[in-house]
Design a binder for this molecule. Structure first.
Ligand code: ACO
Length: 324
């Protein structure tokens, strides 16, 4: 049988790191009160990175892609599919994937963006896996790249302290050995209002509000329940159990959601990869960023079983179980 395997991981963070204290001081100038203590206790976030003014999702995505190609020992011209998961694309069109393809100096292969907000990377990996298994691709770049700082309302303390910018990428290749063991994707459009950026571009101007809106408590409750159910569904599809999981890499939004999910799956805290403390919530970039950090720090190793889980606006959610 034909499988798909991750052969390299990479990531890129903007250089500007903003601690909770620095952000709190900036917000105080706008008359908003927050504190390092509040942010750490409620979310586990200590710092996030913000892109420079001229830095776009494609710049961060390109850095992560080059990093992943190097780790896989592949050249850009060997890539035959590029999928970019993003909710903060460089422009309305062409896709960020097409901009990254050009920056990589290659052309010809299919490229597209995939929009599933914070579930975007899990969705993109699942789609690339399917395309590799049907023979539509052999060597895919799957990227999550975001500049959420561009859509944050810095007059809303309940959301602007939660997010950051960054990108992560993997090279996914056809292989005789698995690889990706199973994946599951879900969505429920009835929950649109609890997490959205309702504005759009029309008639030569921005129509509606182009900044992020979130009902944090509603998202929290839904996230914990769907993350448990999709984990169980994906494990069952692969004929595995919780006991087989070496590492859980959930979407990095809030440490309490992540710990709650680990507890429900009876996984110790030592199996949970956490980068939300240093990255904040980077939406579609959070999982590949966390995976790359875990690989480069020697925690996630070849042959280990890893469960990736995403949840986000839409509402969307999904999971990928893989042997690394
Ligand atoms: N600083 C200080 N106080 C604050 C801040 C802040 N930044 N933000 C809110 N508060 C206040 C509130 O006004 C409220 O005050 P009140 O009691 O006087 O009304 C109090 O803190 C408690 O607010 P809650 O909203 O009840 O706090 P909660 O414990 O629910 O934490 C949070 C809020 C962190 C947003 C939490 O609900 C959460 O993490 N939800 C999930 C969000 C998430 O994961 N989103 C992303 C998933 S999908 C995606 O990534 C796109």
């Amino acid at each position: 049988a034909r499988h798909a395997r991750i052969t390299g991981t990479g990531s890129m963070l903007p250089t500007r790191r903003v601690s909770n204290e620095e952000l709190a001081a900036e917000l105080a100038e706008r008359g908003l009160e927050t504190s390092d203590t509040w942010i750490v206790e409620r979310t586990g976030i200590r710092a996030r990175h913000f892109a420079a003014a001229e830095q776009c999702a494609s710049d961060l995505g390109l850095g992560a892609a080059l990093n992943a190609l190097e780790a896989a020992g592949r050249r850009a011209d060997e890539v035959d599919l590029i999928i970019v998961a993003t909710s903060t694309p460089d422009m309305v069109f062409p896709s960020t994937a097409s901009i990254i393809q050009r920056k990589l100096g290659v052309h010809g292969c299919p490229v597209f963006d995939l929009q599933a907000v914070c579930s975007g990377f899990v969705y993109a990996l699942s789609v690339a896996d399917s395309m590799i298994r049907t023979g539509a691709a052999r060597c895919a770049l799957v990227i999550g790249a975001e500049v959420f700082s561009r859509i944050l309302d810095f007059n809303d303390r309940t959301t602007c302290v939660l997010f950051g910018d960054g990108a992560g990428a993997v090279v996914l290749e056809a292989s005789d050995e698995p690889g990706i063991l199973a994946s599951r994707m879900h969505a429920d459009g009835r929950y649109r209002e609890i997490l959205c950026v309702p504005g759009t571009v029309a008639g030569g101007q921005v129509l509606g509000d182009p900044l992020l809106k979130m009902d944090g408590q509603a998202v929290f409750k839904l996230a914990v329940s769907v993350l448990e159910s999709v984990a169980r569904e994906t494990l069952a599809a692969a004929g595995r159990t919780e006991a087989d999981i070496d590492w859980l890499i959930p979407h990095q939004a809030n440490i309490r959601i992540m710990q709650g999910t680990a507890r429900k799956l009876k996984l110790g805290a030592d199996k949970l990869i956490v980068t939300v403390d240093e990255h904040g919530n980077t939406s579609a970039a959070s999982i590949p960023l966390a995976l790359d950090h875990a690989v480069r720090s020697g925690r996630v190793q070849r042959g280990q079983t890893v469960l990736l889980e995403g949840v986000g606006g839409g509402f969307t959610w999904g999971a990928v179980l893989l042997d690394f």
